[in-house]
Ligand binder design. Structure first.
Ligand SMILES: [Zn+2]
Length: 75
């Protein structure tokens, strides 16, 4: 986990699940070495679109990962 933002946002366009998660709490819960893929899996437990007959249809993503190319790089 290489983001330094105190709050990491998670957004699912399909479920409209959107929220900020405190980084320190995520690290505490999942460990500092957790990958974003792993985080996505853990955080989307309960998303009914994750387990469909066609497989994973959930659109969960971390907005900051998308934006970091342009804006999260200024550190
Ligand atoms: Zn979802």
């Amino acid at each position: 986990m290489d983001l330094r933002e105190p709050v990491i946002e998670l957004d699912c366009r399909l479920c409209r699940r959107r929220g900020g998660h405190e980084r320190t709490r995520l690290v505490k819960a999942f460990g500092a070495g957790v990958s974003f893929a792993e985080l996505t899996r853990r955080m989307t437990v309960g998303c009914e679109r994750m387990n469909t007959v066609e497989g994973d249809q959930c659109a969960t993503y971390f907005p900051c990962l998308m934006e970091r190319i342009s804006s999260c790089d200024e550190d």
